[in-house]
Design a protein. Structure first.
Length: 200
């Protein structure tokens, strides 16, 4: 999955959070990070449903794991469309499954059909879609997240280090199983989705 080629020119990261962890994965002219909370690497502190930028001011937009945390996702998609230049691309990811996180601001989950419906009814054209994980990866993630929360592993340095190695093996094996299982049953399960949309 190589969607970095769509992120060029003047790039806006909507809801990117601190540190800009994806910034080094693509080539750009300028990179602007918007988030609702101030912090390191945040250029604009604002809500994704009211982006304080002019119409058509960005060549491409990135938004990763943000849409599940906003009360009004439709308005956020409309704002992304407004700020994007005609012909520009938006690379968007969101979960189909996840445990509750960043509570209480955890509102939505997205199937691929819901993703397409939300963006296409607001003017976008779907260019690419990529499923992240299948039954085995989803099951491994559920198990790992449960154990981390249940036993507070992030608070215990030694146990956390030991379990992280076990979790890594679990995840690697689950990814392998998803790759070799091309069945319809496996396809119905997903951790989440990555979509590329184009503003026509």
């Amino acid at each position: 999955m190589n969607v970095a080629k769509y992120l060029t020119g003047d790039v806006l990261d909507v809801g990117g959070g601190e540190k800009n962890r994806y910034k080094d994965l693509f080539t750009f002219k300028t990179f602007t990070c918007l988030d609702i909370y101030a912090g390191e690497g945040i250029d604009i502190v604002a809500s994704a449903d009211a982006i304080p930028l002019p119409d058509g001011s960005k060549d491409s937009i990135l938004s990763t794991q943000m849409l599940e945390h906003v009360k009004y996702p439709e308005k956020c998609v409309q704002e992304i469309f407004r700020v994007l230049k005609k012909g520009g691309y938006a690379v968007i990811t969101a979960p189909q499954w996840n445990e509750l996180h960043d509570e209480p601001h955890d509102y939505w989950r997205y199937t691929k059909y819901g993703f397409v419906e939300l963006f296409e009814r607001n003017g976008f054209k779907t260019v690419e879609s990529h499923q992240r994980g299948g039954f085995f990866s989803q099951s491994a993630q559920m198990t790992i997240r449960y154990l981390m929360d249940r036993f507070h592993l992030h608070r215990h340095a030694i146990a956390g280090r030991i379990m992280s190695k076990i979790f890594h093996l679990m995840g690697t094996f689950a990814i392998f199983l998803d790759r070799v299982d091309a069945s319809e049953a496996n396809r119905k399960h997903a951790i989440g989705w990555c979509f590329v949309f184009r503003k026509e």
